[in-house]
Design a protein around this ligand. Structure first.
Ligand SMILES: Nc1ncnc2c1ncn2[C@@H]1O[C@H](COP(=O)(O)OP(=O)(O)OP(=O)(O)O)[C@@H](O)[C@H]1O
Ligand SMILES: [Mg+2]
Length: 241
């Protein structure tokens, strides 16, 4: 979750899920961004067929046998979804209750930005073990993520921690440049007294591989971005063990 758009929620969801799947867990990914469902593209599932049985919808199968459900699998590319709150809540309820997830070790839920209908529905419908907040270092992102933390607390859920994405860029010469400023994520974690899960650098391969539907932790496991994700998954695994 994040209060802010475009900070990397989908990237973080896909790569946390992929790293967990790499570790041998059975993993599901639920995309609750109903109006901007990006998960199918990020997992190379844009044209994946979806089947329904009497028992419900069968999720699509992504890399490493991850089970994937997203509005993007149900509509044609380019079709807009223009829905108000109650309909969104209903769709999320369908995704939770009428999709044949089977036995999962982990269900990773990707959210749209903000503290609106979708996160509210998710927190009301799914007994979550916790929420990972994603931010970038800038003050505007931090402000919105603070709001999201307070929402999670109001709903009595555990904040597993903050992931700071796009923290810095390493130049070809080796110099680390903090393009979006200082260590906002770490500071926010201290101020809100929640764990800081780690920094993810900016790397051109992230968007390049996402556009190809290949999560970076699978397709380039030694990339500094992938190593950062592994470190974050270590922490989350420890917390929920
Ligand atoms: N660490 C990174 N390095 C380089 N590019 C990144 C990184 N993280 C994310 N991106 C790119 O930034 C863009 C936004 O990321 P993403 O879609 O994950 O954000 P989001 O928070 O899910 O956005 P939205 O709020 O629209 O759902 C994508 O093109 C993604 O590939
Ligand atoms: Mg997204």
């Amino acid at each position: 979750m994040s209060g802010k758009g475009g900070v990397g929620k989908t990237t973080v969801s896909v790569n946390l899920a992929s790293e967990l799947a790499r570790r041998g867990y059975s993993v599901g990914i639920l995309d609750t961004d109903l109006t901007g469902p990006n998960i199918p593209k990020a997992l190379g599932l844009l044209n994946a067929p979806i089947y329904a049985t009497d028992e419900g919808i069968i999720p699509a199968e992504g890399p490493l046998k991850m089970k994937v459900m997203s509005m993007g699998l149900l509509i044609r590319e380019g079709d807009p979804v223009i829905w108000r709150g109650p309909l969104k809540a209903k769709a999320i309820q369908e995704f939770v209750n009428n999709v044949q997830w089977g036995e999962l070790d982990w269900l990773i839920v990707d959210l749209p930005p903000g503290t609106g209908d979708e996160p509210l529905s998710v927190m009301q419908l799914i007994p979550l073990d916790g929420v990972v907040l994603v931010t970038t270092p800038q003050e505007v992102a931090i402000m919105d993520v603070r709001r999201a933390i307070h929402m999670v607390r109001k709903m009595n859920y555990r904040v597993l921690g903050i992931v700071e994405n796009m923290s810095y860029f390493t130049c070809p010469g080796g110099e680390k440049v903090r393009i979006f400023g200082g260590e906002g994520g770490k500071r926010l974690a201290e101020e809100e007294n929640v764990p800081f899960l780690g920094e993810i650098p900016i790397h051109p391969k992230v968007s390049e591989l996402t556009d190809k539907g290949l999560p970076i932790v699978i397709s380039d496991p030694d990339n500094p971005v992938s190593l950062a994700f592994k470190d974050i998954v270590d922490k989350i695994e420890d917390m929920l063990r």
